[in-house]
Design a protein around this ligand. Structure first.
Ligand code: GLU
Length: 466
């Protein structure tokens, strides 16, 4: 049995963002689910726009997300190299095969001529496709053009009158008429390869069996199937996934989730929050509960990918971030909280601090807020807190201080004693305490705050209102 192999084939022309990382995730999950292999291939044929820092960035982002590849850059593999810029000799051989089989021809049309032809076709109400101008040139005509110094592109001769059919893993049966596909360029005039060609050739040579990619590539697939057929190379199974769109149905905007992974990381998102969010974006799991990475893979199924466009929803992302914080190991959470927190919170209070604030934070800035409130110098008071403290009155705090002196940080006996002395209960009892101790009327559990705050701070904050 052949091993299932998927791949992620980014073009390093920018940083990874939610949209393309979801493609990486689904391919990685499919491979893991099936004990297969996940290949990373860098499609850096656009020399102008590809940059080494983008490659470095995407390797780093994928590793941070735990989307490790079994073949690809930095680790190698049986089909190395994995950057297309290093595979020129491989492609040369396949161009030659097509040439020998008469399936390609040089095209001398200039960009201006092509634009004009497209314009004329559109004006005649026809979909624009290559008119075939250079398809029938004889050798003498080609030679004459070469002598004029025109560098030709190489076009693939699309067979006439064919129906290209395939079953898309997500969208089901697909049918395309080859007559609707004009002969297309597979090598640029400067000798650089075109996406259609290298992408298909590499999938075949690298033994990729399953390709999950964005729906924007659906119309490329018949072209790639024709190329692979001409080269007598095996075609992978293709699945085209719905794209992530903004709430207006258009492409994602910066405000609506077109965020790079590095930006999200800098904001304090945890990788598993992004994974839990993205794995459910256009993919259905049996359950909505938080899942560890292994469970995301175990429950992944191509049949559960939806066809409808998926909408970015920040509230959902925030929900998974809160869940990630809830489930993260304490030491990890402490490290994630960052320097401000590390400087503020005494080492001896570290574990209790993590336990106390975990349910109330989503980002390191939230942790820093509570670190400042609990262990900072002067305690600023929110409006609400001021009102609650005033309503309780100084007598309440005199009794609170006495109850604390008697019972220490044990919340239940302290609250009981305070209730006996003041008659206050429920909200009227814990709100003033919370306000005086933290300056806020909401936040970490009071019982936890009592154990967390050192006695000198406790006394000082109660005394302030006596
Ligand atoms: N390099 C292509 C892209 O980033 C890959 C498309 C594909 O997955 O086949 O869009």
């Amino acid at each position: 049995m052949t091993t299932l192999k998927t791949r992620f084939a980014p073009s390093p022309t920018g940083y990874l963002h939610l949209g393309n990382v979801r493609t990486a995730l689904f391919n990685a999950l499919l491979a893991r689910h099936s004990d297969g292999r996940f290949v990373l291939r860098i499609e850096d044929t656009d020399r102008e726009r590809s940059r080494p820092e983008y490659i470095e960035g995407l390797l780093h982002d994928l590793r941070w997300l735990g989307l490790d590849w079994q073949e690809g850059p930095e680790i190698g593999g049986p089909d190395a190299p994995y950057a297309q810029s290093e595979r020129t000799t491989v492609y040369a051989e396949y161009y030659q095969r097509l040439d020998q089989a008469g399936q390609v021809y040089p095209c001398f049309c200039t960009p201006a001529e092509l634009a004009l032809s497209r314009k004329a076709q559109r004006a005649a109400g026809k979909p624009p496709r290559y008119a075939g101008t250079c398809a029938r040139l004889n050798e003498a005509e080609r030679q004459a053009r070469r002598e004029r110094g025109v560098q030709p592109t190489l076009r693939f001769r699309v067979p006439a009158g064919r129906i290209v059919e395939f079953t898309d893993l997500v969208r089901g049966p697909q049918r395309f008429a080859s007559d609707d596909i004009g002969d297309f360029v597979i090598r640029r005039a400067d000798g650089g390869p075109q996406f259609f060609f290298v992408n298909a050739v590499d999938d075949a040579l690298m033994g990729v069996t399953h390709v999950l990619r964005g729906e924007d590539h659906l119309t490329n697939t018949p072209r790639q199937l024709l190329l692979l057929e001409a080269l007598e190379l095996p075609a992978p199974n293709y699945g085209h996934m719905a794209l992530i769109v903004g709430s207006d149905g258009g492409p994602l905007s910066k405000r609506e989730g077109d965020l790079s992974i590095r930006e999200l990381r800098a904001a304090g998102y945890l990788p598993e929050a992004l994974l839990n969010y993205l794995a459910r974006l256009g993919h259905r799991y049996e359950q909505d509960a938080w899942m560890e990475s292994a469970d995301l893979a175990a429950g992944f199924a191509v049949e559960h990918l939806g066809r409808a466009p998926v909408h970015y929803d920040e509230a959902q992302l925030l929900h998974w971030q809160a869940e990630a914080v809830r489930f993260a190991a304490p030491e990890r959470l402490w490290a994630w909280m960052g320097e401000t927190v590390h400087e503020r919170v005494p080492l001896s209070c570290r574990d209790d601090f993590v336990v106390a604030v975990r349910p109330n934070i989503r980002f390191p800035v939230d942790a820093a807020f509570w670190a400042e409130r609990l262990f900072g110098g002067e305690l600023p008071l929110s409006e609400d807190s001021r009102a609650v403290i005033a309503a309780a009155g100084s007598g309440f705090f005199t009794h609170a201080l006495a109850a604390y002196t008697e019972h220490g940080a044990a919340y239940q006996p302290l609250a009981e004693a305070l209730k006996q002395r003041t008659g206050a209960k429920g909200k009227n009892l814990f709100m003033p305490l919370r306000a005086a101790l933290t300056g806020e009327t909401h936040g970490p559990e009071l019982a936890r705050i009592l154990t967390l705050l050192p006695p000198n701070i406790m006394r000082q904050r109660l005394k302030a209102w006596c």
